[in-house]
Each structure stands twice: as structure tokens, then as C-alpha cells.
Design a protein around this ligand. Structure first.
Ligand code: DPP
Ligand code: ZN
Length: 882
């Protein structure tokens, strides 16, 4: 397959006034009749290229009612249909295709899930439905008529407003939907089947009454209230924070069990993976409740950032995704604890996006080329993209940022635009130049920010010497230039308070007056640059990169004493947490050295003490304390060292967990008991906070269960008495950390209780798959054959196979058996669902991070996959990795 380049972008030569589609839904085949009113933009006849998947059966092609002849009027190839000389003026293009949604296992285009018809068109699914210019800059108004069996498919939905419906002969009925907003084909959706809806209303601030409906299978209808509440909160929040109102009289959400992505923002008809809609206290955890709230917000927010203003081409994907992730992050911060949300998001960036940036698939936020766009729905485009948006916000402030947003919509509403357009709106609205900030879009890789500091007692100045290093990445075509890095900083005085900052001078000589703030954003623009704060009365402890003000790897030597000081005193909650992370990371790497040189491991008790203080500091939010107790993941740790041995890292990390558990046992018990409150589950902040510290304690205590009968009993009681899924999963997880009878019994009883709930079965599969108990591969092979698993359902694959790849011990087993297992599955999935197969191949792309032996084993599996001549999606990733 050939690569597609951003530099080759060309406007589509035809515009489409409107598109009318008729879907005749059937069990053997579905017939799609589409009619476009088109015109040549230049007024002359140029060849017209339409995209179409090989699975389409072309039944008819007409221009102005006259059939076109293959070979004469048009050429048809695997992926394209080329009309050689269309009329030069206005004309009507008709196209009839037959498709087989019931056999579509790729879940791309129109397919069936649980007996219902459902569609997914982003990025390039529409071409699996009909021949069409399937690209985001071709926008038009859609009218969609759906015809189907009334009994089998009582609910018929598409985008926009329902304008007509009625019965037809032969037990059929129809519905006609008109979307008044023009849109690209990727935002088209069709749903037909048996659903019930939860209904509600929202009145916008200008008085529009919007009907809200969430459709699910009848047996799940009691699990949609939280999604509905989240939707109303999101609608209100977007009005308050961004002044953005909803623009139609109805908004529908449908839950689908089989879905590749998390959810999809089709205009007024969002389709959701059911795991991101359905929640009840008994079946969903606090984590699920939060995720649902965030994703409901995310898809709703796309109505403006994505739908009203969309992308010119897929290289601009972050235009809508980075911005919308930023918006959903801000929404979740507003609804929950802002510092905890920030920590959560940074953990994802550091443990997963940094790894992507360091691997063979590294690409800029705005990629310059791709083979399959499906492979670019990445942490870089989404999460690093959101960090880029956050940096605008940090640099311009809330007011400046909102001015930029206003100008962006003023200029581009109804258009398909680029990240450059967004950048320009931000600059122009603020009458400023952001200079090298733009490079964040085009340069791949994670910058390393190195900082050294010095205090001058005589001058009372404090200097930071900063340098940035931009890594070589596989996509690199020229030397990288320095990127503007916003460095948010505070100076903490020995009494624990932030010093007042008065002025700062940078190495170019310019001096800026700060005006007595305690936090300041330095704008680093050079490869190396120093900043000197004046009037600093005492030697401070610097708190650098507060709130993670840029997605960089910070390298700054700070002693254990300084880190402990920041852990107890930093007023920036992110950096307070971060001090603990750095402290424990240093300890883990010291211990790793001991371990690898055969020494016995010895815990540093002063670290235990420092963590104990945070754990029991009642002035801090409980959820924050739980996060402070979480150690960096094995993945994040592996990312920091060359030739990592993940099994060793896991062992050392586990040793530290156990040592903390033993050292703080009484405190954990006390916390567990104090927060083990009986009563109805509420997914509110107070309840979530309480459960979070309770279950943090339980998880630590679980580390002691193999040698402590009392704790063992506590875990079992906790499991039996759990009255909500958050507590039940926490107990199950703690019990399952140790092999033995308790584990077997708990897993069995959980299965018996929940085997009829597919979403709960995902947890059951995932927990077992991620186990670090040695020899778990045998269990994996059994689970593949288990009725709770289904290789055609993406969620089950993500839980079982994805879960397994997070097991340091078993996936990375030294004999390569874990790698072989994954490759076998990728090869199987490749034939069924290319997008899911490509996601599952991901862990192999990181092979260069690991020790030589593991590298060789992983590489061998990549070669084995390549030899099977995989689909384009898998091919791109494997090829780039090798
Ligand atoms: N549905 C996916 C998302 O919202 C792709 N647009 O991120
Ligand atoms: Zn999105």
C-alpha cells in the first residue's frame, strides 16, 4: 500500500448541493440508492474520482438519468470508481449498490450488532456503503430514507430531523430524515433495530427545547440515567464555558455492543460503544461512571468542534480531536476534582503517548503522511493534541483563549479547515505572534527539558538554566528547531510557602516584571536559555513545570530531601503529586540496580514515612491521596531506561508496593475501616473520593494477604459484602493478586453472579488476562474458548488480549510464549477486523525498548505476522516497526 502525503492535498473539483439516499434494509442484502446533485467547481469537465470499497456490488450508475457504461464512461478498480468526463455544468449522479451488513465483521461502514443495523463511517467507512467522494472537505446536506421490516426494525434513525414515516406493504415501514446542516460523509449514521429510549429534555440558553433520547436494548434500559445526566451537564457546561449552544431540536444516542471505537459523534445521532453509556451501581465502577461522563461530553462537544467546523483532510484530525479532548478534560475537571483529573491525564500521556513518540510509529500531532488513517487515531493526535491546546490556554490565559475560540468560529463555521487556521485565529484574536509554538504540530517526538538551577546569595537571584533536546524520530526529514515551551514555575521558600515573584530576566537580556504572583509561566524559545528571578530573599526549592505545563520529559536533579519537601509543601497539587512520583521512581531505579546485581532489596524507610504522611494528611482530598499512593506503571518506568527488562521492573515495583503495605499496614487498616461506609451507592464526588481511598488501602493490604490470615479474611469479607461494582472489583482485584483457593473461589462466584452481563464479563476477562501470576498463559488459552469470550466483539478482545499485553510477567515471559500468543491472535483478527487487529499489534511496536533477548523474540513475531500478508492496517504498523 502506498503512503498518502499532506503536501499532495488538492481540493475536490466538484461540489454537491445535496445527497438523497434510500436504504432498503434486508437480511441477505441491503440496497443503497444515492442521488447527488453536483456541479463542477471550475465549470469544466474533469475526471471525477469516487471512493468505493471492494465489498460494494455496483448495480447501477447514472448521470442525469442515463446509465453509464463500464470501460466507456467509467473505470472501476479495487478502491475507486473514475467517471471519465462528467458534465461541465450541474448534473445529477445516481448510484445503486448492494451491500451485506450481516457479513461485515470489520464493523466499518454499515454492519449488524446484536441483530440491529448500525453504522460507523469515520474515517473511511462511507465508502463501504456507496461510491462517493469520501473525504471530510466534501460537505453536503443529507436526506435519508430508511426502509425495513417493521417488526425486526421498529426504530429507524439517521441524522437531523424526522420529516416523514409510515407503513409499507409486506410488513415494512419507512422513515425519512433530513439533516439541515451540511456535513462530510464521515458524520453520516444509520441505526435500525429494536430499542427502547430514555427520554428527557434540555432547554438551551436561548430557549430552544431539545428532545434527548438514549436508545438501548430493552434489558439495558435501566442503565442510561447516568449518561442522560452527563449529557445535560455537558450541554449546560458548553454554554457556560464556551458559549456554544446546541443547534437542532433533537439529540439521539444509541448504544451498540459491537463497536471498534469508544463512540462516534455523528450529527445528532451519536453511536456509543455500550460500555461507555450503560452504568448501574451494581455493574459499573466509579471509573466507568467518570469515563461515561467524559465521553458523553466529548462526543457532544464535537457538535461544534468537529461537526460545525470540521477537518479539511485527515492530517488535520487533531484539529477536532485535540481540541475536543481538551474540552472534555475541562468538563471532567469541572464536574470532579481538577487536580486528580490532571494527574489522570498526565499519567496517560507519560505512560503511553511518550512511548508512542519514542517508537517506530512516532508522528507529529499533524502527521505528514499515512497509509491507513485508521492507524492515526492515536494518543499523539488525541492526547498530545490536547496538551498542545492546553499550552495555548497556558500562554494566552482563559480570556485570550476564549477570544481565539470566538474568532475561530466566526471565521470558520460551516467549513472544513486546518490546524493552521486554528493557530491563526488564536494569534489574530490576541494580536500576538506565537512564533515557534507552531512546531508542536509538525515535529514528532517528546522534547526533553533539562534544568539546572543556582541561587546567588549576594545578588539574591535565582537562575534556571534550561535546555531542550528534540529526539530523532523515524519521520524526520530535517533538523528540528526549538519549540516554544511554556514552563510554569514557583519558588518555594524554606517555610513551605511560595515566594512572591517580582521580576525575571532571560538570557537575551530582556526583563519582565511579574507583578507579585507566586506562579509564573516562562516562555522558553531557544535550544538553551536561562531565566533569572530577582529579589529572591532566601534559597528556594524550585517547583518546575507546574500542572505539567508542557508535554516534555523534565530532567532536573533534585535530592530526596527536596522531593520530600515538595511532596509535603508544594502548593501546586500536580507537582506535589509529582514529587512523590519522582521520589519513588528514583527509589525503584536504585533498587533495580541492586536487584540486577544480585543484592537483596532493602526498602528506604524514609520514603515509606513520607508517603505515610501524605496518606494520612486529612487536609488533602481523599482521592488525591489515593493517587499519591499510586506508583508509576511498569510501562512508564520501562520508558525511562534503555533495554528494559519488564519482568525485573515488575518485581522491584512489587517489592516497593509490598514494603509500603507492610510499613503502613496500620494506617491502611484504619483508612479502610473509616471509609468502609455502608449505604446506597452514589456516583458523587464525596462517594467517589471515599471509595477511592478505601480501595487504595484495600489494594495495598492485598499485598500482605499471602502471609497474613487476618488480611486474607478481610479481603474475603470485603468481596462478599460489596454492594456496588466499585467495591466488588476492588476486592476481587486484591484477592486475585495471590494464587490460591480464595482466588479461584472469588473468580467462580463472580462469574456465576454476572455471566449474563457482558459488560461485567469484560472486567472478569480483563482481570484474569492482566494477571502477573506466572504461567497464566494456560488460563489465557482456556479463556479464548470460554463462552464469555467472543473474538468478533472488540470489547472482549480489548479486555482479554489487550489486558494480557499489560501483564509484565506473562506477556513478556522470557521464553517468548506471550509474544507468540499475541501474534497468533493478531493473525486471526486480521481476517475479521483490520482496525482491531492493528490495535492489538501495538505492543510489539515498542520492541526496541526492551532487552536484546526480548527484542529478538518480538521482532520474530512481527516478521511472522508480515509473512501472512496482512491487511493494510496491520501492514503499515508492522512494516514501519521493522
Ligand atoms: N468517535 C471518535 C472520537 O470521538 C472519533 N471521532 O474521538
Ligand atoms: Zn473525538
Amino acid at each position: 500500500p502506498a503512503a498518502i502525503y499532506l503536501k499532495d492535498y488538492q481540493e475536490y473539483p466538484y461540489s454537491i448541493a445535496d445527497l438523497t439516499m434510500t436504504f432498503d434494509l434486508g437480511e441477505e442484502k441491503t440496497t443503497v440508492h444515492s442521488v447527488c446533485r453536483m456541479s463542477s467547481k471550475s465549470g469544466s469537465s474533469v475526471p471525477m474520482m469516487l471512493n468505493g470499497d471492494a465489498s460494494l456490488e455496483l448495480k447501477g450508475l447514472y448521470v442525469d438519468g442515463k446509465p453509464l457504461v463500464e470501460g466507456v464512461d467509467y473505470d472501476l478498480s479495487e478502491k475507486e470508481l473514475l467517471i471519465k468526463s462528467p458534465p461541465s455544468g450541474d448534473f445529477v449522479l445516481g448510484c445503486i449498490t448492494d451491500i451485506e451488513p450481516q457479513n461485515n465483521t470489520s464493523l466499518n461502514g454499515l454492519y449488524k450488532s446484536d441483530g440491529n443495523f448500525c453504522s460507523q463511517c469515520e474515517a473511511e467507512g462511507f465508502r463501504c456503503i456507496t461510491y462517493y467522494p469520501d473525504r471530510p472537505d466534501v460537505m453536503t446536506k443529507f436526506t435519508v430514507k430508511i426502509v425495513g421490516d417493521k417488526e425486526k426494525y421498529p426504530v429507524l434513525l439517521s441524522n437531523g430531523n424526522l420529516v416523514a414515516e409510515g407503513d409499507l406493504e409486506g410488513g415494512k415501514h419507512y422513515a425519512v430524515w433530513v439533516d439541515p446542516w451540511k456535513k462530510p460523509a464521515y458524520l453520516f449514521a444509520l441505526v435500525a433495530g429494536q430499542y427502547v429510549a430514555l427520554e428527557d429534555k434540555f432547554t438551551t440558553k436561548s430557549g430552544r427545547v431539545v428532545d434527548l433520547r438514549i436508545y438501548t436494548a430493552a434489558h439495558n434500559s435501566h442503565k442510561t440515567q447516568h449518561a442522560m445526566d452527563s449529557l445535560k451537564h455537558a450541554m449546560k457546561w458548553d454554554e457556560d464555558r464556551f458559549r456554544l449552544e446546541y443547534d437542532l431540536d433533537l439529540f439521539n444516542i444509541v448504544a451498540a455492543d459491537d463497536f471498534n471505537m469508544g463512540a462516534m459523534e455523528n450529527k445528532s445521532l451519536n453511536v456509543f460503544n455500550s460500555r461507555l453509556v450503560l452504568a448501574s451501581p451494581e455493574t459499573a465502577t466509579d471509573f466507568d461512571y467518570n469515563r461515561i461522563e467524559g465521553v458523553i461530553g466529548h462526543e457532544y462537544f464535537h457538535n461544534w468542534t468537529g461537526n460545525r467546523v470540521t477537518c479539511r483532510d485527515w492530517f488535520q484530525l487533531s484539529l477536532k480531536e485535540g481540541l475536543t479532548v481538551f474540552r472534555d478534560q475541562e468538563f471532567s475537571s469541572f464536574m470532579n476534582s481538577a487536580p486528580v483529573k490532571r494527574i489522570d491525564d498526565v499519567m496517560i500521556v507519560r505512560s503511553r503517548q511518550f512511548a508512542e513518540d519514542a517508537g517506530p510509529m512516532a508522528h507529529p500531532v499533524r502527521p505528514a503522511s499515512y497509509m491507513k488513517i485508521d492507524n492515526f487515531y492515536t494518543l499523539t493526535v488525541y492526547d498530545k493534541g490536547a496538551e498542545v491546546i492546553r499550552m495555548y490556554h497556558t500562554l494566552l490565559g482563559e480570556e485570550g483563549f476564549q477570544k481565539g475560540i470566538d474568532l475561530y468560529f466566526e471565521r470558520h463555521d460551516g467549513q472544513a479547515v486546518t490546524t493552521d487556521d486554528f493557530y491563526k485565529a488564536m494569534e489574530d484574536a490576541n494580536n500576538t505572534s506565537l512564533g515557534s509554538f507552531k512546531l508542536w504540530y509538525s515535529q514528532a517526538g517528546t522534547p526533553t527539558l533539562k534544568v539546572t538551577t543556582e541561587y546567588n546569595e549576594g545578588d539574591k537571584t535565582f537562575t534556571l538554566n534550561c535546555s531542550q533536546e528534540l529526539p530523532v524520530t523515524p519521520d524526520m526529514t530535517q533538523e528540528k528547531k526549538p519549540q516554544l515551551i511554556p514552563i510554569k514555575i514557583g519558588l518555594v521558600s524554606p517555610d513551605g510557602k511560595d515566594l512572591v515573584l517580582t521580576s525575571v530576566q532571560d538570557s537575551t537580556g530582556s526583563e519582565t516584571s511579574i507583578g507579585n504572583a507566586t506562579t509564573y509561566v516562562l516562555k522558553m524559545t531557544e535550544m538553551s536559555q536561562s531565566f533569572t528571578f530577582k529579589n529572591v530573599p532566601v534559597k528556594p526549592t524550585p517547583s518546575v513545570l507546574r500542572n505539567f505545563s508542557a508535554p516534555v520529559k523534565l530532567e532536573m536533579e533534585q535530592s530526596s530531601e527536596e522531593l520530600k519537601f515538595l511532596l509535603s509543601n508544594d502548593s501546586d497539587e500536580f507537582n506535589k503529586w509529582e514529587a512523590g512520583q519522582r521520589l519513588i521512581t528514583n527509589l525503584i531505579f536504585d533498587l533495580l540496580k541492586s536487584h540486577q546485581s544480585g543484592q537483596e532489596l532493602q526498602m528506604d524507610n524514609s520514603v515509606t514515612e513520607a508517603f505515610g504522611q501524605v496518606l494520612t494528611d486529612d487536609s488533602l482530598d481523599k482521592e488525591f491521596r489515593a493517587y499519591a499512593m499510586e506508583l508509576p506503571s511498569t510501562e512508564e518506568l520501562a520508558d525511562k531506561i534503555p533495554k528494559a527488562n519488564p519482568v525485573d521492573i515488575h518485581k522491584v515495583r512489587n517489592f516497593v508496593l509490598k514494603s509500603l503495605a507492610a510499613g503502613l499496614k496500620d494506617k491502611f487498616l484504619q483508612i479502610y475501616n473509616a471509609n468502609n461506609v455502608k449505604g446506597a451507592y452514589k456516583p458523587d464526588r464525596e462517594g467517589k473520593s471515599r471509595r477511592s481511598i478505601r480501595n487504595c488501602a484495600l489494594s495495598y493490604l492485598g499485598k500482605l494477604a499471602d502471609s497474613d490470615a487476618e488480611i486474607k479474611a478481610l479481603l474475603n469479607t470485603s468481596f462478599k459484602e460489596a454492594s456496588n461494582m466499585t467495591d466488588q472489583m476492588a476486592a476481587l482485584g486484591a484477592i486475585c493478586g495471590n494464587a490460591g483457593e480464595d482466588r479461584e473461589n472469588a473468580l467462580k462466584s463472580f462469574y456465576t453472579q454476572w455471566s449474563n452481563e457482558p459488560l461485567v464479563m469484560l472486567k472478569w476477562l480483563g482481570l484474569q488476562a492482566g494477571s502477573n501470576i506466572e504461567g497464566n498463559l494456560k488460563v489465557m488459552k482456556e479463556l479464548l474458548e470460554h463462552p464469555a469470550f467472543d473474538i468478533k466483539n472488540p470489547n472482549k478482545v480489548y479486555s482479554l488480549v489487550g489486558g494480557f499485553t499489560r501483564s509484565a510477567v506473562n506477556f513478556h515471559a522470557a521464553d517468548g510464549s506471550g509474544y507468540e500468543f499475541l501474534a497468533d491472535l493478531v493473525i486471526k483478527l486480521d481476517k475479521l477486523n483490520p482496525q482491531v487487529a492493528a490495535r492489538m499489534v501495538g505492543p510489539f511496536t515498542k520492541y526496541k525498548k526492551y532487552d536484546d533477548a526480548r527484542q529478538a523474540l518480538m521482532k520474530a513475531q512481527l516478521e511472522r505476522i508480515l509473512a501472512t500478508k496482512p491487511c493494510e492496517n496491520v501492514y503499515e504498523i508492522v512494516f514501519k516497526s521493522l
